[in-house]
Design a protein. Sequence first.
Length: 288
Amino acid sequence: MFFRLVGTLLPLAIAAAGQTSGSTAAGPLAPDAAQQKKILTDAAEYAVTHEENLPNFICTQTTRRFVDFTGKSGFRPVDLIVERLTYFEHHEDYKVSMVNGLSSNVAHSELGGAISSGEFGSVLKNIFSPASDTEFTWERFFRLRGRQMHVYSYRVKVENSDYHIRVPLRKLDLVSGYHGLIFIDERKHFVHRITQHADTIPSDFPVQDVSLALDYEYTQIGDSDYLLPLEFELRSREGTHLIKNDVTYEDYRKFGAETSITFDAPAAPKSSAPPKSPAAPTAPANKE
């Protein structure tokens, strides 16, 4: 989802109650309060500088959208969207190339249903924004793709949130609090996974149960490796309809005057008919 953030780092609030440096039979010693704060401070610094240090690049974003029409019958594929994502001077641009295996020039903003952008740093920066006054709690260790991770839970209250859930067709714009987990690698203190769940959504709002899971992995662009989105899942509910987007990123390459890119058609879903556009969340907007 698209987030924008301005601000400088402020001291982080760490809710470490109940966490001690004692170990369990299943794992190593938990970090003490000072270590927990150092890990978060490093991660916050990374969140601020990560996006600034990214090069200009292009990649392929593939979105597979699913709907469970009853909430009990299981997800059915409804469409498959391939886009060229250009990241240039810290801004993202999406150009739709194919929909369900057929060439398309529909605008990204006109795709309908649940759409998302901003995974290249803004989501992460929003969590560490001073204005968010985020509460963090060290939870446990976790091994993710062969790396040891510190897992922190976090929560942003609605009064400090700039997280918007929008339903454009109904001209609705809701600010919601949110909570989730962040996975920080033990060695460099970089964030490799984020989960996010919207809170305080009124029961009469058309979109409910909004959540996001975003994974990062090292990817080579030019001669350097960068920690970039690998895949993410966006979920929401509209009435009895459950909505799920599975998004993957591949074919990262440095953007330059000589750059060109081609798109191979992935296997289209069995059902090529687009879903009735659910009133799913679009880009949260943060004021600059």
